[in-house]
Design a protein around this ligand. Structure first.
Ligand code: COA
Ligand code: MG
Length: 287
């Protein structure tokens, strides 16, 4: 699966921001047709994204397009405008049910068939950011087309009538529910946007907290957020060294017939080994 430590949005009608995104070394570039684009500019965004997909070299960055929500009335034309130019994936916001995934899957499969592209090669990422979406997480997560669930904090707060705070305690239940379901179904979990883009310390702290919760990456909205976020989701040298030591000593202790043993004053057993293996897998993704 493509690493998505940072998933950078920009309004799909803003050619300058799309080209700027190509210079940032960001894991994923998501050209938006939804809330980043005014209602009067949807057609412009579709055309601009189609042109970008045809003409620009995205290098190692993933190229994604976010359509409007299923039921908005815009979603069909959004899909039709960008699919012929083969984005790596489609992001569907405010997703609430497996029917909506199935709708999108059928359109993606139709495009793949008509162009001779492998079935399921266009990946799907869904935004879960409403009360109904959180309630239906299990049925949503089961679809094989899916790579990732993106948790939208601002929309979710609006959906339940919560007041956003810098600590985001009002989001914690839903934010963790997304992680649990992603872990159970082998999906990436992608965390909330830090809307205060002028203070890199804020986004760094929020990204580090998200990584500790178990998120694989975070949505970003400004170039200054890319570096701090990608480094927060990359295990540092200390974490890698610690994980390697656990893996090495665990094998030795198993051979000696001990399931649990002491390392630097800490008890090590199977769950710590699994965690260490996850750290190393995450580190390998970045190589
Ligand atoms: N992607 C790519 N480039 C971006 C960018 C983004 N999301 N946001 C800003 N930039 C570029 C600007 O074009 C500018 O480029 P330049 O130096 O070559 O002229 C540079 O980064 C600095 O931008 P800055 O002046 O600090 O920001 P701004 O006032 O132009 O824009 C926002 C602020 C919030 C409007 C803008 O960051 C943005 O549009 N973010 C994405 C919004 C979005 O897509 N929302 C929907 C999903 S949540
Ligand atoms: Mg949203």
């Amino acid at each position: 699966m493509h690493p998505r430590r940072a998933l950078l949005y920009m309004p799909g009608d803003d050619w300058k921001k799309i080209t700027k995104a190509l210079t940032l070394g960001v894991d994923s570039i998501c050209m938006d047709m939804e809330d980043g684009v005014a209602a009067s500019r949807k057609a412009e965004a579709r055309q601009t994204i189609a042109k970008a997909l045809q003409e620009l070299d995205f290098g190692a960055s993933e190229k994604l397009a976010r359509i409007n929500a299923v039921g908005s009335g815009w979603e069909k034309d959004d899909m039709a405008a960008v699919l012929p130019y083969r984005p790596d994936g489609i992001v569907i916001p405010k997703l609430e049910s497996s029917d909506q995934i199935q709708w999108a899957h059928d359109i993606l499969a139709g495009a793949e068939l008509s162009h001779g592209w492998p079935l399921n090669s266009i990946r799907m990422l869904v935004g879960v950011e409403t009360a109904k979406g959180i309630l239906n997480l299990k049925e949503i997560a089961a679809h094989p087309r899916l790579d990732a669930i993106i948790f939208g904090g601002e929309d979710f707060a609006a959906s339940i009538g919560a007041t956003r705070t810098p600590e985001a305690v009002e989001l914690l239940y839903a934010r963790q529910a997304v992680i649990v379901v992603c872990a159970a179904f082998g999906l990436q979990a992608i965390d909330i946007v830090t809307i205060d883009f002028k203070h890199p310390d804020r986004v760094r702290a929020e990204a580090e907290f998200g990584a500790r919760l178990g998120y694989a990456g975070k949505q970003v909205i400004h170039p200054a957020q890319v570096g701090p976020v990608q480094s927060a989701f990359t295990p540092d040298e200390e974490a890698i060294a610690q994980a390697r030591q656990i893996v090495a000593t665990f094998e030795a202790s198993q051979k000696e017939g001990r399931g649990a043993y002491a390392l630097d004053g800490n008890m090590i057993d199977m769950p710590l080994l699994k965690n260490a293996q996850k750290v190393l897998a995450r580190a390998r993704l970045r190589e």
